[in-house]
Design a protein around this ligand. Structure first.
Ligand code: ZN
Ligand code: ZN
Ligand code: ZN
Length: 339
């Protein structure tokens, strides 16, 4: 039996990379994910690249999130890529339809309305005036006694004239010249969140916004996702990292974990590995709706503040209580130390 789209989405909600993309939309950090044009690489998605690691996987990842209904997309542009090297650093050339040379001169056609004579603009030029080569009257008023009558091309290679050139492309990376027939011509999309998934994804993602506000209003800087460097030198990603000033030593880190029934202890174990290396001031794991019995024991053992909440309100209240308590405790400790 093939998996339904809903099952695939449920799986994606557990994928950390998909969670990060969702939280960026839900926190209001981004509303629409537009591609960014890079002269060398063509269209890229830097925000998605930061999450997946490289341009090719970023595009495949976004496309996948669209396929399973998490992201919506609209056509942003059509990209032309070189069929030889794949580069998007490509320009267009207008060529002669007879000999295919791009050494083509483009001129404006001018019609002298009074006598009906039509020719390229250069033929009318006499010093700083426009004079009709046929009737020798001066062309003075555009749209009254003369008008533009389209364009005319002359090939400098074979000498033939024509009005519609044929396009070809020139790759600036490998210098390949190619036509539309051989061009890699692909769709480039803007992505936005499919609002229907907010409810389906669970309350965890909706928490990022309020938690961010909670800490910001207390003068902290908040990053979501937040990257902190550990003692080992490795950088670890937390759903939310809170710092004051730029001292990462006093960081507060938060991870969110959701499940249909209860969150497994794996979330605690995964968080502990990061916390052990980063050694933040405080660490919180918010489990929605609740944590497994083993998970509770491990959280206690690993000194990870566990918050079990069924909804946003409960989670925020518990977070406030725990932080007040932690502050009160550290004050008591510092008073005792000074006695
Ligand atoms: Zn190329
Ligand atoms: Zn004339
Ligand atoms: Zn030609």
């Amino acid at each position: 039996m093939t998996k339904s789209l809903r099952d695939e989405r449920t799986e994606a909600y557990r994928d950390h990379r998909a969670q990060l993309v969702l939280s960026k939309f839900l926190s209001g950090e981004i509303e629409k994910l537009d591609p960014v044009y890079d002269p060398r690489y063509g269209y890229t998605y830097p925000i998605a690249e930061a999450i997946t690691g490289d341009p090719a996987s970023a595009e495949a990842f976004l496309s996948r999130l669209h396929e399973i209904g998490i992201l919506k997309r609209t056509m942003f542009d059509k990209a032309i890529n070189c069929p030889v090297c794949g580069s998007g650093n490509v320009s267009i050339r207008y060529c002669c339809p007879y000999c295919k040379s791009f050494n083509v001169k483009k001129s404006a056609l001018v019609e002298h309305i009074q006598c009906g004579y039509i020719d390229v603009e250069d033929r009318f030029k006499k010093t700083d005036k426009l004079m009709c080569p046929r009737c020798h009257n001066e062309l003075t008023k555009p749209e009254v006694n003369y008008r533009r009558a389209g364009v005319w091309c002359a090939c400098s290679e074979c000498g033939k004239n024509f009005d519609i050139p044929v396009p070809s492309h020139f790759c600036h990376e490998c210098r390949n010249v190619f036509t539309f027939e051989d061009a890699v011509y692909r769709d480039v999309y803007s992505y936005s969140l499919n609002e229907d998934v907010i409810r389906e994804a669970g309350v965890g993602y909706i928490l990022v916004g309020p938690i961010r506000e909670f800490f910001r209003s207390r003068g902290f800087s908040v990053e979501s996702p937040g990257f902190l460097k550990g003692k080992s030198g490795a950088s670890h990603m937390f759903d939310i990292a809170v710092t004051k000033g730029d001292i990462t030593r006093n960081a507060i880190v938060l991870d969110l974990a959701t499940s249909a029934d209860e969150v497994s202890e794996q979330s605690i174990i995964a968080m502990f590995a990061k916390v052990y290396d980063v050694a933040p001031d405080k660490s919180f794991l918010i489990a929605i709706p609740k944590m497994s019995e083993n998970g509770r024991k491990l959280a206690d053992l690993y000194k990870i503040n566990l918050i079990e909440a069924r909804n946003q309100k409960e989670a925020m209240k518990a977070l406030e209580n725990l932080l007040d308590l932690a502050e009160a405790q550290s004050e008591v400790q510092s008073t005792q130390a000074s006695v």
